[in-house]
Design a protein around this ligand. Structure first.
Ligand SMILES: [Ca+2]
Ligand SMILES: [Ca+2]
Length: 305
């Protein structure tokens, strides 16, 4: 009798346990494949204008290196500046203006204004910006190259490669400093001329599987694919890999910083709608209503592997 009762109690306990487990399973969101996402699409509409301290704004900060104050602006002769303007922007009424005054001359070392925003860790990244130059803009005469947009891991052990989008001889290029499989800097040419009318510039970056040469870099301008490099070993196979440049190219390295960088040139560049995601973002619409959260249409050209 006692044994039967114990068995019944045991069975009841087992049933309650099973029901509790089923209930728990039902209430849990079962994780599926991660959803593709646009992490941010900055329109700069909420930023201050003309204060000489327009940043930080919308998560873009100018405090690099730590302790340096107000790196976006300097009154020094020949110093470059970076600010929010409300003249001639792409979407809404505000955008970024970079003014180049040093062209590699004296003062260059002291002021390279930069703003940056943290980006989430992901192995397949897409970047989109809407960019134009003013009529007087020319690339830096020092090395015929103006760096524009940079991606790297800040404060992460390793530190290479670094991805750069810029212009060389006024044409868009993609450069990769210190990749695992190349001694020096890849410079991928073939991009179109930078224009005085707005251009949608998109970058794709796919980290290679450690130990496999399957990395991808692509550049689109206004939806047209201009640069495509496949089968790259951008990072090394192990946690201590050293690449052909002698730099640490560790297998767990990743980008966590998106940086706009006014280093060297003449004239001015304008930026709007800077977006980062792990899916192709596509060209921006020219007017962004604050009530409209519809993402831009995903282009069907050049399907992503
Ligand atoms: Ca804007
Ligand atoms: Ca500031």
């Amino acid at each position: 009798m006692m044994r039967m009762k114990t068995a019944m109690i045991n069975r009841t306990v087992a049933n309650i346990g099973l029901i509790a487990l089923l209930w728990l399973l039902c209430t849990l969101t079962i994780p599926g494949p991660l959803q593709a996402a646009i992490f941010f699409d900055s329109d700069f509409e909420t930023c201050n204008v003309g204060t000489e301290n327009d940043f930080p704004c919308q998560g873009w900060d100018d405090l690099i290196p730590p302790g340096q104050h107000n790196a976006e602006w300097s009154d020094e002769v020949n110093a470059n500046t970076l600010e929010i303007t409300n003249v001639g922007c792409f979407s809404g009424s505000k955008c970024i203006k970079e003014t180049f005054r040093n062209n590699g001359l004296a003062g260059d070392g002291g002021n390279k204004p930069t703003i940056y925003k943290t980006v989430p860790r992901t192995d397949h990244m897409f970047f989109r910006g809407v960019i134009k130059r003013d009529a007087s803009f020319r690339t830096c005469t020092l090395n015929n190259s103006t760096k524009m947009w940079r991606f790297r891991g800040e404060g992460i052990g390793g530190g290479y490669p670094i991805l750069l989008m810029g212009v060389r001889s006024d044409r868009y290029v993609v450069a990769v400093e210190g990749p695992y499989d190349f001694a020096g800097t890849y410079v991928f040419t073939g991009g179109p001329l930078i224009s005085t009318t707005w251009q949608n510039v998109e970058l794709e970056w796919k980290w290679n599987t450690p130990g496999v040469s399957d990395g991808i870099i692509r550049l689109w301008v206004d939806g047209v694919l201009y640069i495509e490099r496949l089968n790259l070993a951008l990072r090394g196979p192990t946690l201590t890999s050293v690449g052909l440049s002698g730099k640490l190219d560790t297998s767990d390295y990743y980008f966590n910083s998106s940086q706009v960088y006014a280093q060297c040139g003449t004239g001015a560049l304008y930026w709007d709608r800077l977006a980062v995601g792990d899916t192709r973002i596509g060209p921006a619409q020219s007017r962004l209503s604050s009530a409209d959260s519809t993402p831009p249409a995903r282009p069907t050209l050049n399907p992503i592997p």
